[in-house]
Design a protein around this ligand. Structure first.
Ligand SMILES: [Zn+2]
Ligand SMILES: [Zn+2]
Length: 419
């Protein structure tokens, strides 16, 4: 069984621009990047399986206390209200926002648990030298889940809530908060300890099977090779419409219907942006006087109060990030539509940045859920979610799905001219 990172006879294909390269062996801790588009192709991590196993197990042990023990206690005029993270996760259901409630339960509770459990089971199985079909399915799921398991965004939401309430209430930090910080660190740690290429290589029954000789070929498509979307194995195009020999996914040269799906999702996001910003997103009931505010009202309030840092965070997450995502995706789609060849490397880097920031727009939704759970002081003050929450969550989900369905290699396929 191969347990090192020695170069194989299998060439490397860049998943962003389809550039064909010979396999290389980087020194420990070093990263292999695509020379054409700059994408990180592989980073060699030492003792990856054992580290991933240990960190994911720690994360799983912290999961229950992080979610079910008291997170924070707010005290306004001697009245205490405390909440666990799980109660905050469910708070949207009490507000009648069922779809947003389901989204928060998925991204903040269920998918992070599924992700950690899969990482733990896979690393345990590989540590024991097992090679079962379920491991391949689990590895593909881990790859998809890392976008949607949002405990890190949720934790920043907790910090924003603390800063937001710090001048109105006395805040007590409970044990659940410290367990939650540990859980987030373990989730990030387990994902970064995973050496995806090593994990997959342990499952490869025919790693050294001969592939067509690439003679003067620049891209995988030129050389008759395609990249499996599930496990990134390089497979001859002759196998197209068949399944990957390693993970069993259907093989396609490019993602299917990528452009039309991305267009549809971006247009939906543009339409949803209007109600998300015009309608009120939150209703604060202070001493019996209800006051509704839109996303922009909330930001202006912080700047007026002198809380510039938190105002800037909410402005970035709720306005700038969605705006940048939508305009960036539209720009990329239009340049492909009109076959404009320039700046392909820059556009690819921008797309990776859009992918990276996509999930952080959920921040405001998590903050509202936390406030609804923690600010329940009866006549004194309560906070409720308002209709824009639904539309705003729609914008976040549509732009995330748009970046996932877009195939960046289409940028490089559109023309054959150089940068
Ligand atoms: Zn590339
Ligand atoms: Zn595969």
């Amino acid at each position: 069984m191969s347990n090192d990172h020695s170069p194989t006879s299998e060439p490397l294909l860049c998943s962003s621009c389809d550039l064909l390269m010979a396999d290389v062996k980087p020194p420990p801790g070093h990263t292999v990047r695509c020379p054409r588009c700059g994408r990180r192709l592989h980073k060699w991590k030492t003792n990856s399986i054992e580290k991933t196993l240990a960190i994911s197990l720690t994360g799983l042990l912290l999961y229950l206390p992080a979610n079910f023990m008291q997170l924070l206690t707010f005290d306004i005029l001697g009245t205490d209200v405390s909440s666990s993270l799980f109660a905050a996760t469910l708070s949207m259901f009490n507000q009648g926002q069922y779809i947003v409630g389901i989204l928060i339960v998925l991204c903040g509770f269920f998918l992070p648990l599924l992700l950690l459990s899969l990482i733990f089971s896979v690393s345990l199985a590989l540590h024991k030298g097992r090679r079962r079909p379920w491991i391949a399915r689990a590895l593909i799921s881990i790859h998809h889940l890392r976008e949607w398991a949002m405990v890190d965004v949720y934790l920043i939401g907790v910090f924003v809530t603390i800063i937001k309430m710090s001048h109105m209430a006395k805040i007590q930090y409970d044990i659940g908060l410290f367990c939650f910080i540990g859980l987030v660190l373990c989730t990030i740690g387990a994902l970064s300890a995973m050496d995806r290429r090593l994990f997959w290589s342990r499952l490869d029954p025919n790693a050294d099977s001969p592939l067509p000789e690439p003679v003067n070929a620049v891209t995988g498509a030129d050389a008759g090779l395609c990249l499996c979307h599930g496990c990134e194995k390089v497979v001859p195009i002759a196998s197209q419409n068949r399944r990957c020999p390693r993970c069993g996914e259907h093989l396609h040269l490019r993602k299917k219907n990528s452009l039309s799906r991305t267009w549809a999702l971006v247009i939906t996001a543009v339409i949803l942006t209007l109600p998300a910003n015009i309608l009120p997103i939150m209703e604060v009931d202070y001493f019996g006087v209800p006051d509704q505010s839109t996303i922009m009202d909330g930001i202006i309030y912080f700047f007026k109060e002198g809380s510039y840092g938190i105002g800037a965070i909410i402005l970035t997450a709720s306005i700038l990030v969605p705006l940048f995502k939508i305009s960036g995706l539209l720009l990329i789609l239009l340049t492909i539509h009109f076959r404009l060849p320039g700046w392909r490397r820059h556009k690819t880097i921008m797309l990776r940045f859009i992918e990276f920031i996509g999930r952080w727009s959920m921040l405001d939704i998590f903050v509202i859920a936390l406030l609804c759970a923690l600010v329940r002081f009866g006549f004194l003050s309560t906070i409720n979610a308002a209709p824009a929450v639904f539309y705003f969550a729609g914008v976040v989900v549509c732009t995330m799905l748009a970046t996932i369905s877009f195939d960046p290699r289409l940028l490089w396929d559109a023309t054959s001219s150089s940068d």
